[in-house]
Design a protein around this ligand. Structure first.
Ligand SMILES: NC(=O)c1ccc[n+]([C@@H]2O[C@H](COP(=O)([O-])OP(=O)(O)OC[C@H]3O[C@@H](n4cnc5c(N)ncnc54)[C@H](O)[C@@H]3O)[C@@H](O)[C@H]2O)c1
Length: 555
């Protein structure tokens, strides 16, 4: 969205707007202003007293005037009152819609809001009259008012979660977002047992790839770009030019697009090209493409000359949030997918969300399944209690499907941070990395049995079936399964497909991740997060599959 001159925080009372604005002063060097405090100063009275004595319309009118004045300032963070954004006039081009104004909405559940407001009321004493806390059922009041206002809060550029996150953490996150709007990339560092990965995320990030590769490999002379026949014509030239500007001799090789290229034959083509053109140990392979190119080029980088440098530049959503991070590389074998491979943490991953704009629509939509998966497992991941990714996805879904910024880069970054934390804790998948298989055990079997579904579409069905399985096995209740299903719906992913049960069951039987001959399932638990269960009966699996099978009467 370009560089920003002011940040406006909107959202319900109790989401922390004022405290966060104050903490941003130190981080951005911008002063903080609070529209409620300005109004109180103007009238010489408290907000409840102004409401009582002057009426709501006088209050709203002065709120609008004061907000308009505050918005004429540059380099300022403005915290607004909970109802300020409800006035349609504040969204005009002279106010929240003005150039250089970043509007962020802070979100928290009604339960969290109530607890915070009650705490504030106790801390500040009886002098604080909170109309919201009056009456018999304040929670219901908050729920009703929040849901009435939600569509207004959702007009912001980005909604972020203020749930289970400290004011300092929230301020840090907002400072990062504002720097990203100004052209800096967000970064994630992944320290795994086998090596470290520096991951850069942001719109236009690939324009800096030359500097970053040069910084990481100061002595390297050649960069070998591996791409596919779809991505190459769209993006390889720009990447090649950036690398040449930083002093690399850059060459590009495009393999055929599609899963078929994750093969020994295509790896052989790449070995021939690299060895025939004089690749050396100090060189760098740049994987420019979706997960297929990333896995294939990563595998070749891990094996040619026993290992050369590797940069991942994901161009599909799936590759951006999932496959480019974590160091799994590999190719397929007739006996199954990804059966030959190596672990190689790419020292550099450059995630330019602008590259996603050329993706085919169906592939793009399908990639959101991996994002939903991360949101479901979040509570079971290291640091995963912080901020509610599922809520962030639900609130920002339309902006994300339109690839709006800064929402897209923010969500991609959060996903990468989540995956990086899981991989750092369990690189070789002996423990919690298996949580990333949520929806994939059933999804892979569905994908293998039905050749019309894209990976993410099959994973969406797999997640729905795993949720149904969770209910059948008592891991979670129906409301958790419904919550997951609703989130999948927000990204237009399928709810059923015509499946042949016998074929899916056969595929499940040959899954490479079975342990001691038993299939293990990652199932949702109430309140978010997942559990691994090895005691699931075949009958329950068939029932869960029936819930997503369009050919069964109940599907
Ligand atoms: N290594 C891991 O940890 C990991 C994790 C998940 C998935 N994977 C692997 O990832 C692969 C799937 O990845 P994928 O969904 O990205 O598939 P893909 O690489 O085949 O890309 C999907 C399609 O989109 C095209 N495409 C990609 N980016 C584009 C762009 N910006 N513009 C235009 N077209 C574009 C590709 O050419 C291809 O036709 C599978 O092989 C899977 O096994 C690996």
């Amino acid at each position: 969205m370009g560089s920003i001159d002011r940040i406006v925080l909107i959202g319900f009372s109790g989401t922390g707007k004022t405290s966060v604005a104050r903490r941003l002063v130190a981080r951005l060097g911008w002063p903080a202003a609070d529209s409620d405090a300005e109004i109180e100063r103007h009238w010489g009275a408290t907000i409840p007293a102004i409401f009582r004595d002057q009426g709501e319309s006088a209050f709203r009118s002065s709120e609008r005037t004061i907000l308009k004045q505050l918005l004429t300032r540059d380099r300022v963070v403005i915290a607004t009152g909970g109802g300020a954004a409800v006035d349609p006039e504040v969204w005009g081009r002279e106010m929240l819609g003005s150039a250089g104004t970043l509007v962020l909405s802070l979100d928290a559940s009604p339960e969290t809001i109530l607890a915070r407001l009650q705490r504030q009321a106790t801390d500040e004493g009886a002098a604080l009259e909170r109309p919201l806390l009056m009456g018999a059922d304040p929670l219901l009041r908050i729920q009703d008012l929040k849901s009435a206002r939600q569509s207004v809060y959702d007009k912001s550029h980005l909604t972020i979660s203020a749930e289970r996150v400290s004011v300092d953490e929230l301020a840090e996150e907002i400072a990062d977002i504002s720097r990203m709007c100004g052209g800096e990339s967000l970064s994630v560092r992944l320290d795994a047992a086998s090596g470290a990965s520096e991951i850069r995320v942001g719109l236009g990030a690939s324009s800096r790839i030359g500097d970053w590769v040069r910084h990481r490999w100061p002595a390297a002379q050649r960069a070998w770009i591996v791409t596919d026949a779809n991505v190459g014509p769209l993006h390889a030239n720009a990447i090649e030019n950036r690398l040449c500007e930083s002093g690399f001799q850059a060459k590009t090789y495009a393999v055929a697009a599609g899963e078929g290229s994750k093969s020994l034959d295509t790896a052989g083509e790449l070995y021939d090209w690299l060895l025939g053109s004089g690749v050396e140990r100090g060189d760098v392979i740049v994987a420019l493409g979706g997960g297929v190119v990333g896995d294939l080029a990563g595998f070749v980088a891990a094996t040619v000359l026993r290992g050369v440098g590797l940069v991942q530049v994901p161009t599909s959503l799936l590759a951006a949030v999932d496959s480019s991070v974590g160091g799994k590389t590999g190719i397929n074998h007739a006996a199954g997918k990804n059966l030959i491979g190596a672990f190689l943490q790419p020292p550099l991953v450059v995630v330019d969300t602008g590259l996603l704009r050329t993706m085919p629509a169906r592939e793009f939509r399908s990639g959101w399944a991996e994002v939903v998966k991360h949101a479901v497992i979040q509570r079971s991941t290291p640091g995963g209690e912080r901020g509610d990714l599922a809520e962030v996805l639900a609130r920002n879904a339309e902006r994300l499907l339109a690839l709006d910024e800064p929402a897209t880069s923010y969500v991609v970054w959060r996903n990468i941070a989540l995956k990086a934390a899981v991989v750092a804790a369990d690189e070789r998948e002996t423990g919690i990395r298996a949580f990333l298989n949520f929806g994939h055990t059933l999804g892979h079997a569905i994908e293998a049995a039905d050749y019309h579904l894209l990976h993410g579409e099959a994973v969406a069905l797999g997640m729905r079936a795993a949720s149904a399985l969770g209910v059948l096995c008592g891991a979670c209740g129906c409301s958790e399964a419904d919550r997951i299903s609703r989130l999948i719906d927000r990204f237009d992913l399928p709810s059923s497909a015509a499946l042949q049960e016998a074929r899916v069951m056969t595929r499940l039987g040959s899954d490479k991740k079975r342990v001691g001959g038993r299939q293990r399932y990652v199932l949702p638990v109430d309140g978010g997060g997942v559990v691994i269960r090895g005691d699931v009966t075949e009958d329950a699996v068939k029932k869960a599959l029936a819930s997503v099978n369009a050919t069964t009467p109940s599907g």
